[in-house]
Design a binder for this molecule. Structure first.
Ligand code: ASP
Length: 356
């Protein structure tokens, strides 16, 4: 009798093991069908330094080397944080700080000029775990706009603050305040002066009014952004920018708009955008990528391609960098180039500038 009981128990265990096995197999097949990589990376990080008509023929070897060096310096900061078990939010913030410090990019020092020849900075950050977010628009004296966005997320009941109010909050938070002239660079000043000259000629001749640099497509946009996955499986994304050359009337672009310039959700992905902000707002780029993954079961790559395609259909251009919950990375753009870099959990670094 004892033997029969043992045999019976053995059979039950065998049958349940098979069932578990079948369940796993069908789960893997489903994931494969929806083109999602089920192999999870420990952590992952990707950055951009702006997209636009970045052509090799217009680039000197020195300039190219300078961009590559700065992209590498920035991404290594985030990589080290993630490797040491830090949060994706910290990795995003500190990585963006490096690019905000560099006059090469249109963020922090080196931001583009408004029509009034001032610098007005926008930034945002989002936490994929809590779906909490922070954003600031049109600030003129906060040295690190991404830190202000983070403080708005962490230390205020609000998601977005603008102008003088945001600056008052930054002072109350003890953040680093600089004279507005800190952001000035001659290169960007000349750029807005040229844009205004061209605008004058166009207005004289065909009564066309433009708030953006009419030949903006000949320039890179230059916004900076970062998306990261940390060892705890938390996603985060952030974006920081001076906006678009020759902007006026308190124009705010997509960079500080949660869902357009920045979005993060642990269920799907983290995204940072760069490009012609008006189109990125109308296409709700960052959230649309996440929604396509969530509602349609698309992979990050498929969703990114589809959404950048929509931006193109509207007549806009630019790109995104993104990481999904498994650490897969997308760097999608419809311009000639996008400054970009990514590092995986094995420490492998990829840097790109032009369309490959
Ligand atoms: N998206 C930014 C804006 O429209 C510009 C950029 O990406 O460089 O303000």
């Amino acid at each position: 009798m004892k033997k029969i009981i043992y045999l019976f128990s053995f059979l039950i265990v065998l049958v349940s093991c098979r069932e578990v096995g079948e369940h796993h197999a069908s789960k893997a097949a489903t994931d494969e069908a929806s083109n999602i990589n089920t192999e999870k990376a420990e952590f992952s990080i990707v950055i951009h330094g702006g997209a636009g008509t970045i052509l090799k023929k217009n680039m000197t070897p020195e300039r190219e080397a300078a961009y590559k060096a700065k992209l590498e310096e920035a991404i290594r900061v985030g990589y080290e944080i993630l490797k040491n078990g830090g949060t994706s939010l910290d990795a995003v913030t500190k990585t963006i700080n490096v690019m905000e410090d560099s006059p090469l990019f249109n963020a922090g020092k080196g931001a583009v000029f408004t029509n009034a020849e001032t610098n007005e900075l926008d930034a945002s950050i989002m936490d994929g775990k809590t779906l909490n977010a922070g954003a600031s628009a049109g600030t003129t004296n906060v040295k690190y706009p991404i830190d202000l966005a983070r403080a708005i997320m962490d230390n205020s009941p609000h998601v977005m603050m603008a102008g003088k109010g945001a600056e008052t909050f930054a002072i109350e938070q003890g953040m680093e305040i600089v004279d507005p002239s800190y952001f000035h660079t001659d290169r960007r000043l000349q750029s807005v002066k040229r844009a205004k000259e061209r605008e004058k000629i166009e207005l004289d001749h065909d009564d066309k009014s433009a708030f953006y640099d009419p030949t903006i497509k000949d320039y890179k946009f230059g916004t900076v952004g970062c998306a990261a996955l940390d060892k705890d499986g938390n996603l985060a994304a952030g974006t920081s920018t001076g906006g678009m050359t020759n902007k006026r009337w308190g124009r705010v672009g997509d960079a500080p708009i949660i869902g357009s310039g920045t979005y993060a959700n642990n269920a799907t992905c983290a995204v940072s955008s760069t490009g012609w902000g008006e189109f990125f707002i109308r296409a709700q780029v960052a959230h649309d990528i996440s929604a396509m993954m969530e509602y349609k079961g698309l992979s990050l790559k498929e969703a990114s391609k589809a959404v950048i395609g929509k931006v193109g259909d509207l007549g806009g251009d630019g790109g995104i960098v993104a990481v999904d919950k498994n650490g897969n990375v997308a760097m999608e753009f419809n311009t000639a180039g996008m400054y970009r870099a990514t590092m995986n959990d094995k420490g492998e670094l990829t840097i790109g500038i032009y369309k490959e």
